[in-house]
Design a protein around this ligand. Structure first.
Ligand SMILES: Cc1cc2nc3c(=O)[nH]c(=O)nc-3n(C[C@H](O)[C@H](O)[C@H](O)COP(=O)(O)OP(=O)(O)OC[C@H]3O[C@@H](n4cnc5c(N)ncnc54)[C@H](O)[C@@H]3O)c2cc1C
Ligand code: FES
Length: 426
């Protein structure tokens, strides 16, 4: 046998070995994926108490302990979380000392605050929602709140009412009125697929709750966390996240600084000098099916949600939440029914006002407020339910899915627009 033939045979043998290793790898990954899929169907059929993945225990909400309306809580302690001193966690315990109902990670609490208005010298009721930022615990709830300043281009307007009230006036022992946990943006457990959590800025809070719950309960789901902030001064729960990363092989941490400071060290404090975007996800995620959970500022949501769909992710596998009306995603609006452009009249039966609909308004709430009609509101994002109003004639449509449960024959004015003439009981 010539040296050339021998070389060809050796080359072919090596090639065959490499092919076998690659095929074996692909087969193992397929099996792994199949196991996940099988677990999904088991979870769908098994009774809640016998589920294999411990995370499912949070599904079992003890309805006896869920309260109606607002309940009194005490601030047990508060803890500043970032170098900028702008995000503070509040640990809340029920004033009646009863055990707390569990919740689904990703859900939020609704607060009713009594705040003195320096302009009118009156106390006004302010309703706001804050995501639970820790796993369900029997003895406390935690929320982490970012102080909201006046917009940079309007420094003269008042700073955020509720967030600044929390930071400046709520100390250990302060009392708060709190609605039971709610919200439809939460961990989906019927299909335990690998999970990608994406939190931008304060949008990290529902992701922290989800992550802590999954890892503490020993879930075997693979979890990726992408946390986007400007630099180390905004970074919260740094040691906690690093410790989780070291302790759990199924957790993959990706911290992204978009404007790192001199003393921020890549590879130590953070992994990527970039925003969280589709190129980064494509470069770091394996080729498989995931559930994506996203919460962050408007530009992040507007680029990521459609970007994932363009990449080929099924829209049913993308879950997202915005923290306010400014964060409404145009993309979502177009997916729902288009806003009516036909001229129509809104009759407010209690106030006795008939007003022509102006499509320049984003919602019926804006129209009502602009015309001096007194309507309760809180989150202005379809979450707290404060603006729920009876519709006695005609139809409205939502420009985003409501998070609050809405009684039949009612609508949430903050995310509704009219379809033709309507009468509202306001
Ligand atoms: C489901 C959900 C979960 C949330 N979770 C969290 C969370 O975990 N952590 C968190 O920090 N936040 C969270 N939020 C956001 C939170 O509810 C509040 O929206 C946020 O704290 C701002 O409320 P605020 O009362 O402080 O500000 P607001 O008083 O509502 O003011 C908002 C902004 O408007 C400006 N402003 C005031 N008056 C005017 C004016 N006349 N003209 C123009 N601008 C004006 C203010 O300066 C401020 O910049 C969540 C929101 C939702 C809906
Ligand atoms: S103001 Fe909260 S649901 Fe409309």
């Amino acid at each position: 046998m010539s040296t050339g033939t021998l070389a060809i045979i050796i080359f072919l043998v090596i090639l065959a070995q490499v092919a076998v290793v690659i095929l074996l790898g692909l087969y193992r990954r397929k099996q792994q994926y199949k196991t996940l899929t099988n677990q999904a169907s088991e979870v769908q059929t098994a009774p809640a108490t016998e589920l294999a993945d411990p995370i499912t225990s949070v599904e079992v909400v003890n309805s006896d302990q869920v309260w109606e309306g607002f309940k009194e809580f005490i601030v047990e302690r508060r803890e500043m979380e970032d170098n900028n001193q702008s995000i503070c966690s509040f640990y809340l315990v029920p004033a009646d000392g009863k055990p707390l109902p569990t919740f689904k990670p990703g859900q939020f609490l609704t607060f009713k605050l009594q705040i003195d208005d320096p302009i009118s010298n009156k106390t006004k009721s302010v309703v706001r929602c804050y995501s639970l930022s820790d796993a369900p615990r029997p003895n406390y709830y935690r929320v982490s709140i970012k102080r909201v300043p006046a917009p940079t281009d309007q420094p003269d307007v008042p700073a955020g009412v509720s967030s600044n009230f929390f930071h400046d006036h709520l100390q250990q022992g302060s009392l708060l009125q709190v609605k039971a946990p709610s919200g439809h943006f939460h961990l989906m457990e019927q299909e335990p697929l690998p999970i990608v959590l994406i939190g931008g800025g304060i949008g990290i809070t529902p992701m922290l709750s989800t992550l802590n719950t999954l890892l503490e309960n020993g879930s075997n789901r693979e979890v990726w966390l992408y946390y986007g902030i400007r630099n180390g001064d905004e970074h919260i729960m740094k040691q906690h996240l690093q410790a989780l990363d070291e302790a759990h092989n199924n957790f993959h941490l990706h911290i992204c600084y978009s404007a790192a400071k001199k003393n921020d060290m890549e590879g130590v404090d953070y992994q990527h000098s970039d925003r969280v975007g589709i190129p980064l996800l494509r470069a770091t995620l394996k080729m498989m099916r995931y559930q994506f959970y996203i919460c962050g500022p408007k530009p992040m949501m507007e680029s990521l949600v459609p970007g994932l769909e363009e990449w080929g992710v099924n829209s049913d596998d993308i879950y997202y939440e915005s923290f306010g009306p400014a964060a409404l995603i145009k993309h979502v609006k177009t997916k729902l029914q288009p806003v009516t452009s036909e001229p129509c009249t809104i009759s407010f039966s209690r106030s006795g006002k008939n007003i022509a609909w102006n499509p320049a308004f984003d919602s019926l709430l804006e129209l009502a407020e602009d015309n001096g009609i007194d309507v309760d509101s809180g989150c202005r994002a379809g979450s707290c339910g404060s603006c729920q109003t009876a519709v006695s004639a005609g139809e409205t449509e939502y420009n985003q899915q409501p998070d609050a449960d809405v009684e039949s024959g009612h609508c949430l004015l903050c995310i509704s627009t009219p379809i033709g003439n309507i009468t509202l009981e306001a």
